[in-house]
Design a protein. Sequence first.
Length: 378
Amino acid sequence: MLKKFVSLTISLIIIITGLILTDYSLPFMSEYLGYDLHDNGVFCITFANIILVLPGFFVFGWLALVLAPFVTNGIFNYAERLTVSLSRIPTSDILVMIFGIGIGLILANLIGGPFSRLPIIGPYIPIFLSLILAVVGAKLALRKHNDIVEFFNRIPSRKTPKVDAAKNDSVLDGPLGDRLYSSNKLLDTSVIIDGRIMDIMAAGFLDGQIVVPNFVLEELQKLSDSADSLKRAKGRRGLDLVQDLQISYKKQLLVVDNDYDDLSEVDAKLVRLAKQANADIITNDYNLNKVAGIQGIKVLNINELANAIKPVVIAGEEMTVYLVKEGKESNQAVAYLDDGTMIVVENGRRGIGSSIAIVVTSVLQTAAGRMIFAKAKY
């Protein structure tokens, strides 16, 4: 509907412009005919106007039919490209840039006004100053983005704001704007592929906003398009999980388009984003855990959480386990707890394939996890 309206408007502009041009051609027609039409009465002028207007109407009407669709398509294509480009810019940056351009134009008119009466160059001075100060104002406003936002946040509101416990911290500097606070969590690629984040959120152990940066989604998309079947499966599982999070936790999940062109590694981008927004990182990546921790960023490692909530087993405790296979030593059998902890049972070989009662003798903590030693009770 909008496209038809624009096309019709352009057609009318072309036709009206043509009629005005034909009207201006009346003196030239008088000169061509050799006498002044104005001196030969109203009838002669009217007849001349009709003679000129009809061909002009048809000629420029035909031009309107031919040119209007091309002009309209060009306008809409350019508008679409401009919209796509602007949609990638954070809203706060656009508002701050408009503010800077406005201040620049006001200053340009104030400074250029007294010079506008100068001969020859006077009328062009305000135009030149407007272009220069508008660009300077936009660039300066973008560089002072955080100061401008902080200034307007200090302006008291007539309405008493509601205090949200999840957003109790002050708004921090960073490209995410007002929606990101220190209680928010950034998800990295490994923890999304892992999938356990969904169960942790369902249990209610994560507060604040759960943030998924766009560059993490791009890495998941690259994995899902990989020729390696394992990587492809991981990427698709990660994208499915993000979609499930959007459906189940629409208000808590936030996907942001922040990116850093000077960095190529996703981990480096996550660390910078976390520092700028004062947010925590949730990960399973050991290296990212260490790098972020060194830079003072709080890291929540799901593997460490899983180890922390494993059931505590002490020497002398009795339990019933299912023996699944033989151990390395003679007469040993192996069983597993629900969390995967291995139990080595002495004198348990004859009970393999059945559930037996055991007594814990010792617990060994290793870098790979815990190992429980026990003996069978027959």
